[in-house]
Design a protein around this ligand. Sequence first.
Ligand SMILES: C[S@@+](CC[C@H](N)C(=O)[O-])C[C@H]1O[C@@H](n2cnc3c(N)ncnc32)[C@H](O)[C@@H]1O
Length: 217
Amino acid sequence: MELRLTQDGTPTLFHPGYGEAYHPRQGALLQARRLYLEKTLTHLHPAPRVLEVGFGLGVNFRVALESALLRGVRLSYLAVEREPLPKEVLAQIPLPLPRAEAVFAELLRAWPTSRFQGPWGELRLFFLDVREVALPARWATAVFLDPFSPRANPEAWSLPVLIKLRRSLKWGGRLATYSAQSAFRRALLLAGFRVHRVRGVGKREWTVGIAREAPPG
Ligand SMILES: C[S@@+](CC[C@H](N)C(=O)[O-])C[C@H]1O[C@@H](n2cnc3c(N)ncnc32)[C@H](O)[C@@H]1O
């Protein structure tokens, strides 16, 4: 996999199988902060519980962790990842987040691990396909939906997966994603979300779903 620098100076990888990079060229850190952290209001939550689809390089995890550490709140993070990267690869993706990087260095010593805890909180990892995983009900305050694009990685955006994510969110919890695809937005609505188009940074629109409608079934 080829290492690339994004425009905010943070690195990403290009995955030849999907034909896409793990992060947008405008910035890996930029997207993690402005979209996943802020559009789910995780940066303000007193006890954030994040569910992520696609742990990848752990950029979103480290951004959420840095925010929690700076604010002195406990982070619970549950990530689903069917293709975990080797630790030697993850070690090549440094981020300018000093507090989170110290924790991430410890995580890499134990990698791959399904549970990692510290005074900062807990990370649980399910090394499975999101279609197969059993998720806790009404658990998450936020969902970071971050697979590759609906075109390259359609199964991760399917209605059954979105219903599963909706069931795992607490009422009022927020799902954020970079995709603005209309078929995906229709499925999000059917899964029991209020769907909001939000202005993107470096991209015209992102999508936020708020768990305010009941999930089907
Ligand atoms: C865009 S990258 C995620 C970047 C990551 N969130 C970060 O902060 O670095 C997409 C990730 O989703 C994972 N993925 C794709 N389809 C999946 C599926 N069906 N189940 C679980 N993980 C999946 C890929 O292996 C990849 O690591």
